[in-house]
Design a protein. Structure first.
Length: 404
């Protein structure tokens, strides 16, 4: 019998707060921070979204290092620091700790700013650009500041990157390559170019709610018109139950099963067959029948095309009766980090014994579903399913089990 894989540490940063305590409270209150995007390089107040406030990074990170860190890097250090402390990873051999960063092309706004600064004087391009433009710089920064000496690398799966990082971390631990592995969903820093492109392809919400940003993000609602961007970042520590027990670390959530499925499709069009296949595989590997899933945290982006496809996939998978909510209605769509943030949100709700409401769900696509709306109700979650979908036909599914 294989040793169970458990989650022993979580760290999170969203526009509604930093840290798991702040996140849990914000979820259950139904907070939001949607407004007009204002970071330099995101257009002339053209887009609705949610941006993180000031970020508190671990005290041990030197000021000289922080001066080289953009918002993506600072966010990664912050969430890794919280997960690290919760899991007591300082007690683990550094050569037996791994790191998988989920996300590619995550610093587009920062790179654009560098290009703009040196456009007329290319000889002034800082030599550090040769390193910092690479996605590997983020895993290198984190491994350096936390002394991680096991495997450290990045994986890209578009909006499924965050869950893909967790799956790769689980595989490393299961294969014996690491005793503990941190999976980090990177903060995606979009520029006006990516925002405009997402809108032109029909994925991102329009300016329909420009005068009422709080109403713009509406997953699974009839009035949805695309995802609403929300800066966020999260990390979870995956390890074997035996490894956690050796340090006396209590784990209350098991990563029971997972799956990654491709649609063999380059276009940004979701597939109910692909999503159903991922769900079915994850539940089979977890040994959990569909009827025993008592909570679903879906991808739920607010996509005009994607939301009904996801509901159809859940119906075909046999989990259509489980309570369902959409975390993106509170924090927005963080793209690369979304899946990791939603795993943390799922863990926090399992611990609280309550489910957060879905904001702006006034006219559900399918009123027969067990939507969580209004006040955050009490609910005992033993088995949870959480899903991600990425451009390029990438579907991921994770099944979580409460240990205690």
């Amino acid at each position: 019998m294989r040793d169970e894989l458990v989650l022993t540490g979580c760290g999170v940063l969203t526009a509604v707060g930093q840290g798991t305590a702040a996140m849990s409270a914000a979820l259950l209150r139904g907070d939001h921070a949607f407004g007009v995007l204002s970071r330099p390089g995101r257009g002339d107040r053209e887009y609705v979204g949610a941006e993180v406030p000031d970020i508190t990074v671990p005290a041990h990170v030197p000021a000289t290092v922080l001066r080289t860190c953009d918002v993506t890097a600072r966010a990664a250090l912050a969430v890794l620091g919280e997960a690290w402390e919760q899991a007591r990873l300082s007690e683990v051999d550094p050569q037996r700790i791994g790191l998988v960063v989920g996300g590619s092309n995550v610093k587009q706004r920062e790179l654009m700013a560098v290009h703009d600064r040196v456009a007329d004087r290319k000889e002034s391009l800082p030599p550090s650009y040769a390193v910092t433009f690479l996605d590997s710089d983020l895993s290198a920064l984190c491994s350096e500041q936390f002394g991680i000496k096991g495997m450290a690398f990045t994986v890209g799966g578009a909006s499924a990157s965050g869950q893909l990082a967790i799956i790769e971390a689980a595989r490393l631990v299961r294969a014996g390559e690491a005793d503990a592995c941190v999976a980090l969903g990177a903060l995606t820093d979009l520029s006006h170019w990516e925002l405009r492109a997402f809108r032109r392809v029909g994925a991102m919400g329009t300016d329909r709610f420009a005068s009422d940003p709080a109403a713009a993000c509406r997953p699974f609602d009839e009035q949805r018109d695309g995802f609403i961007f929300g800066e966020c970042c999260a990390a979870v520590v995956v390890e074997s139950a035996a490894s956690a027990a050796r340090r006396g670390v209590r784990a209350d959530t098991e990563l029971a099963g997972w799956a990654v499925v491709s649609d063999a499709n380059r276009n940004p069009t979701p597939s109910a067959d692909g999503q159903r296949h991922a769900i079915t595989l994850a539940l089979q590997r977890a040994g959990v029948p569909p009827r025993r899933i008592d909570y679903v945290n879906p991808h739920g982006s607010g996509s005009r095309v994607g939301d009904p496809v996801e509901l159809e996939a859940l119906r075909r998978s046999g989990v259509a009766d489980a309570p369902i909510n959409a975390t993106k209605s509170i924090v927005g769509h963080g793209l690369a980090a979304a899946g990791t943030v939603e795993v943390v949100a799922t863990v926090l709700q399992m611990r609280a014994g309550r489910l957060h409401a879905t904001r702006n769900l006034d006219q559900p696509l399918d009123p027969s579903r067990a939507w969580v709306t209004g006040r955050a109700p009490e609910h005992d979650v033993r088995h949870a399913l959480t899903l991600s979908v990425g451009f390029g036909g990438i579907n991921t599914a994770l099944c979580l089990r409460r240990v205690s």
